[in-house]
Ligand binder design. Structure first.
Ligand code: EPU
Length: 285
């Protein structure tokens, strides 16, 4: 088997939140063959399984996951540049593409500077800023789905939305082609620096978080709503609503998933009460 198997692996080691109970099996697959073999067996045997990237947009329960967590290793981590496009493995980091584009005098990825996570994760959730998304760069995506096999999709044939995509829950993203365009490196650098400076100022980037907790409701900023309700700084156990940005809940050390859930429930109830808005989760629970 071309991979590594870790039984009862704490997911707190594999999430940016540093939270999460054990996965029954955490398996790092290093090749497409290992991945397809593993998920096919899980699917036919009825074993719950889930693919993860860098764990930067998930809150794993304290009880862990009673199944197989699949992480993408070696062969999925490469990126190449060919004919004006990046060919990126789903397990490569988004930031490696952002930096590589800059080095090659290419533009189009400045919005993603400082965004953690893998290419696969970024595609599944259509990562981006408020109004620029990774989907606008996608030429093709190769996926695998047990029972359906390998598929090569054109970016235009995928339904993309604000932090959503039309990939099936059991469809694993393997790699993609991303379009880049020639750009003035000084302009690219200025955009990257401005984006990063703005985020460093307004988001707790160096603390363990899952990024934004909720999606912005139509026409509103959930961070501002939470701020206006005076909820920043509210704590529960080791978790705290960031004093820097209302839509971030940080792990100040030893936070449990239950601590974070308590704060999430509190925020949702307060926003519902004050504005009649039912907040949708941006983080995957
Ligand atoms: N604001 C406050 N108080 C706060 C937080 C924000 O008043 O505590 C105000 C800001 O001053 C600003 C407005 O709310 O006027 C919007 O805030 P911000 O610019 O920080 O953007 P956001 O809508 O909160 C979105 C994305 C971020 C992305 C930033 C920057 C969502 C849910 N969040 O945040 O994405 O980094 O724009 O482009 O769409 C993520 O998806 O994990 C994420 C961090």
């Amino acid at each position: 088997f071309d991979g590594d198997v870790y039984p009862n692996e704490p997911m707190s080691r594999h999430t940016t939140y540093r939270i999460g109970g054990p996965a029954r099996f955490f398996v790092r697959v290093n090749s497409v063959g290992a991945l397809t073999g593993l998920v096919d067996v899980c699917a036919t045997e009825g074993v719950p399984w889930v693919a993860v990237g860098r764990g930067s947009n998930v809150l794993v329960a304290d009880g862990g996951f009673a199944g197989v967590v699949v992480a993408l290793g070696r062969d999925f981590r490469t990126t190449r540049f060919e004919d004006g496009r990046f060919l990126a493995g789903a397990g490569a980091s988004l930031s490696s593409v952002v930096q590589d584009a800059f080095r090659r005098n290419l533009g189009g990825f400045e919005f993603a500077v400082g965004t953690p996570g893998t290419i696969g994760g970024a595609l599944r959730m259509n990562a981006g800023s408020r109004d620029e998304w990774i989907s606008s760069r996608v030429v093709t995506v190769t996926t695998y789905r047990p029972g359906r096999g390998l598929m090569r999709l054109r970016g235009d044939d995928i339904a993309w939305g604000y932090r959503t995509s039309s990939f099936a829950p059991d469809e694993v993203i393997l790699e993609c082609e991303l379009a880049a365009e020639e750009a003035d490196p000084f302009v690219v650098r200025d955009k990257m620096e401005a984006n990063l400076a703005r985020r460093q100022q307004s988001q707790p980037l160096s603390e363990p978080t899952c990024g934004s907790v909720f999606k912005n409701p139509e026409g509103a900023s959930v961070g501002r709503l939470i701020d206006e309700l005076g909820l920043k700084g509210t704590a529960c156990g080791g978790a705290c609503i960031s004093p820097l940005h209302g839509n971030f809940i940080v792990n100040r050390g030893g936070a449990t998933a239950a601590d974070v859930r308590t704060l999430m429930d509190h925020v949702r109830a307060r926003v519902q009460e004050a504005h009649g808005i039912d907040l949708a989760y941006e983080v995957r629970l």
